[in-house]
Design a protein around this ligand. Sequence first.
Ligand SMILES: Cc1cc2nc3c(=O)[nH]c(=O)nc-3n(C[C@H](O)[C@H](O)[C@H](O)COP(=O)(O)O)c2cc1C
Length: 319
Amino acid sequence: MAARVSLRTNLAGIQLPTPVLAASGTFGSGRELAGMVDLREVGGIVTKSVTPRPVKGMPTPRMAETPSGMLNAIGLQNPGVEAFVEKDGPFIEQAGVPVIVSIAGRSVQEFAEVAVMVSKIRGVVGIEANISCPNVERRGEVFARDPVAAADVLSTVTRMTHLPVLAKLTADVTDIVEVAQAVVRAGAHGLSLINTLLGMAIDVDAFRPRLGGVTGGLSGPAIRAVAVRCVYEVSQALPDVPIIGIGGVVDARSAVEFLLAGATAVAVGTANYFDPHATVEIARGIGEFLAAKGMSTPEDLRGRLVTPSRPQEPVYLGG
Ligand SMILES: Cc1cc2nc3c(=O)[nH]c(=O)nc-3n(C[C@H](O)[C@H](O)[C@H](O)COP(=O)(O)O)c2cc1C
């Protein structure tokens, strides 16, 4: 008899209708897409990162295509938290989709400020701390590259809100597990893995970088294998911590890779630019995959990865 499939997912106490969210920066707050997509079919929306004050962002061009990936240097452009609460707050309150607000800042204090304000919006179900931004108090060092600075943000933000807090990490580090352990010890309820990878592309005819910001964040299928490896390593070290797997999810099978690696849910970024229905289609596809395997929930896939019984030495540099 075919198993009855339910896609409902509990992510750090946040109830999602499906395990497929829209990743930060690619769906706004959902307001822009309300007419195009039935938001009730979206697992959840992580908003564009919000900072205390408005940010104009980087010079153009801000996007460049690369093989299997996209480079962007938007520069956290956003209207600032006051305008966000005023304009997006009323939408979020009645959106009918779980909304996680992504927050960013240049100091621990700035993160705290934004966390307090967005926690007042009814309908917000969680906070994602985007700690892949420069810390002005430490010579511009990116928070997420330093376990101590990353933990500082998470211990403060978790004290400022009643909501579950996820820490969004970067893979541009030597050991992502060390940073993950530090933020969980500091109080993070879950992890979002990963943000874009730092990249660069050059127009060889013009002798110029293809992005106005020179370097930018690489996303899309080009980063999937790195993201899956990060989710796997972190979930092996922290098996009880819920993880959103992010990076190159474009269809149900790529989403299932993340669930098998140990993620509880996935978030879709770049694929939304090609098809705004991607989150809905991918969730549907996961349902079909589960049914075909005789499984009933996405949770059934977690930890089902079959790895060699003898622990392998990590292999570096293709060797
Ligand atoms: C245009 C664009 C804007 C983004 N803005 C943000 C942002 O504001 N905050 C954040 O944490 N991540 C941001 N991201 C990163 C995505 O949330 C995601 O981590 C990354 O793109 C990898 O997923 P993907 O390969 O599915 O795109 C952005 C990505 C893109 C492509």
